[in-house]
Design a protein. Structure first.
Length: 607
């Protein structure tokens, strides 16, 4: 895709943008200078440096070598942009700001090897007048110009950009998920793409699309790119949502939904049909919900995708859940437990019988924690069986059962059958009703270790919920070994992490005294290309432990409420989710905003 009139470039004056296709010698030049005027004199004449600062920089240059611009950057006398703009004026070379990566022609850029781009700090931008436009931090580097000319065998048009922006562009061109997004955009927006799409839908009926349309190359390419981008973006889910006159595609990245490039309206039915075909779903059935599964290969590994469709008033909505098998192979040491809590968790797993419950809302990482526990427990001498809805990850050496409500194969029926199969360890995907709890308790009482998940806000409230379901307190006290509550908070991006001051109001909500705050250093992410300008990249868990010691068991039997049990746990040194979040914030791993938005303080919750 050659750069067209819509691709803008800033001139050295910074007053207006000019298309890259207009990079010619007749562009306006700022303040013409004598050819022999030195770069340093130009900086002084423009008021960017004082005479004394220039002399100091020249002294350092004589001692350490290097170009004057590099010396000024090392001494932090000028910014990268100031040096680049002045150098552009001094050399009469156009200055190109690379703040909009989407304007780079990826096909042209990736025609230049990444090693060369990094070695000489340059990036190919696009094509103009049969020349390749190359942004360089050092346009005087003749070796670099000769090298890339020999490599791509094309004439060059050299422009200058700051080294910082070029390095960012190199990262995004060769490694960023923006690559797939731009290709998706090209597929939908370019003339060739529109012609291809027209051939796909020209014979498609208004109400749907047949399997032939879903196998056309542009549709296949769009779906492949969409899945590839989802994996590279670390998305957990992809939402494809038909609207009245359009389609919305959103990806959940680090727990937050972000809009992505949608297909053309007339391509909508073909895209949905393609996904349903891959998922082994009935493409003719659009009135009832369906579930399916598919597998893709991305970043050199197999990725399972769980697909769900539901009918809406504007058509079928499809959600694809990305299941990276790497998550199922994590060890307990990789989950982020504090050392003391990790020891307690391993101790609970080493018990020959009892129940361990991991509680939290959907998407809080409960399954990942339980799979890590299974990896820790996995042993050829043990019979481990799971019953799940659905089976998200396949684990070697473990018997996994998928429940099927349509044939009345539910958790209770599966558990009764499992108990006749001589199990040692049982994992129940989710406790949903009294019957399932009763069978789990029976299994624990007869010498089995049971792991399961539950939906409550924190660890003590799980006990109240069990009792509300009709379970006798003495049975809970005799079978529960450990309750772990968990949440996921977003992790600060390491590439744009910086210190930040917190307001007195935020410190008060965090229960941090002013004296303590003065000694602490708080952080946030200012936003960069690596994190999509969100300031966050990835997530980490926070935990609350409730270990069933003799005191807690006695409180359960005597009918103490969850507030009293919570207070007793705090006296034993077991902090809540809020305290765990504060610990991670003080370590510089997450922000105050994440802690406050994900957890609650107990004095507020008790009011």
């Amino acid at each position: 895709m050659a750069i067209d009139e819509g691709d803008r470039m800033k001139s050295t004056q910074g007053a207006s943008n000019a298309p890259v296709s207009e990079i010619k010698s007749d562009l306006p030049r700022p303040n013409p200078l004598k050819p022999d005027q030195l770069f340093g004199e130009l900086l002084v004449s423009k008021g960017l440096l004082s005479r004394e600062e220039l002399m100091k920089a020249l002294d350092v240059q004589r001692e350490q070598g290097g170009r004057l611009g590099e010396v000024l950057l090392r001494l932090e006398m000028l910014s990268d942009e100031d040096v680049t703009l002045a150098m552009a004026e001094h050399l009469s070379v156009e200055y190109l700001r690379l703040d909009d990566i989407s304007k780079i022609d990826l096909n042209v850029a990736r025609g230049l090897p990444e090693a060369i781009a990094k070695r000489f700090c340059l990036v190919a931008i696009g094509e103009v007048d049969d020349k390749i436009v190359v942004a360089m931090a050092d346009p005087l580097n003749i070796i670099a110009i000769d090298t890339i000319t020999l490599k791509i065998k094309r004439q060059l048009k050299v422009v200058i950009s700051s080294s910082q922006e070029i390095r960012r562009a190199i990262e995004m061109v060769y490694h960023g998920s923006d690559v797939e997004e731009q290709q998706l955009r090209d597929l939908v927006e370019t003339e060739d793409g529109r012609e291809d799409l027209a051939s796909v839908i020209q014979d498609a009926p208004e109400e749907g699309v047949d399997s032939e349309a879903a196998t056309k190359a542009p549709v296949i390419h769009f779906v492949d790119l969409l899945l590839s981008q989802a994996v590279k973006s670390r998305a957990s889910d992809v939402h494809i949502e038909p609207q009245e006159k359009s389609m919305v595609i959103r990806m959940r990245i680090d727990g937050i939904l972000r809009d992505m490039v949608p297909p053309a309206r007339k391509m909508q039915a073909a895209v949905l049909a393609r996904i349903k075909i891959l998922s082994d779903m009935d493409i003719a059935e659009r009135r009832l919900p369906q579930d399916g599964r598919l597998k893709v290969k991305a970043s050199g590994r197999d990725i399972d995708v769980r697909v769900s469709s539901i009918p809406t008033i504007y058509g079928e909505k499809i959600v694809m859940r990305i299941l990276d098998s790497a998550a199922a192979n994590r060890g307990l040491d990789e989950l982020g437990f504090e050392e003391k809590r990790l020891t307690e968790f391993k101790a609970a797993l080493s018990q020959p019988h009892g129940i361990i419950v991991v509680t939290g809302p959907t998407g809080s990482g409960k399954s990942t924690t339980l799979y890590a526990a299974l990896n820790y427990l996995r042993d050829p001498t043990e019979n481990i069986t799971t019953v799940e809805d659905p089976v998200e990850y396949r684990l070697a050496g473990i018997n996994q059962i998928q429940i099927k409500p349509e044939i009345n194969l539910d958790f209770a029926i599966c558990l009764r059958a499992i108990l006749r199969q001589d199990p040692d360890i049982i994992l129940i995907g989710e406790i949903r009703d009294k019957e399932t709890v009763e069978i789990a308790i029976k299994a624990a009482l007869t010498g089995h270790l049971v792991l399961s998940t539950f939906h409550t806000n924190d660890a003590p409230s799980a006990i109240s919920r069990f009792i509300y379901m009709g379970i006798e307190p003495y049975l809970l006290a005799s079978t529960l070994n450990l309750i772990v509550a968990q949440r996921l908070v977003r992790r600060i991006c390491e590439k744009c992490k910086e210190p930040v001051e917190l307001s007195p109001e935020i410190l008060k909500r965090l229960k941090i005294e002013p004296g303590e705050a003065k000694k602490a250093v708080f952080h946030h992410g200012k936003g960069c290309s690596a994190c999509g300008n969100t300031g966050y990249k990835g997530r980490l868990p926070i935990f609350e432990f409730l270990v069933m010691n003799s005191d807690i068991r006695e409180m359960i039997i005597t009918g103490k409420n969850e507030r009293e049990i919570r207070a007793a746990a705090r006296q034993k040194g077991y902090g809540g989710l809020f305290e765990s979040g504060i610990v991670n914030m003080m370590k510089g791993l997450t922000t105050a905003e994440e802690v406050l938005s994900t957890t609650f303080t107990e004095d507020i919750g008790a009011e």
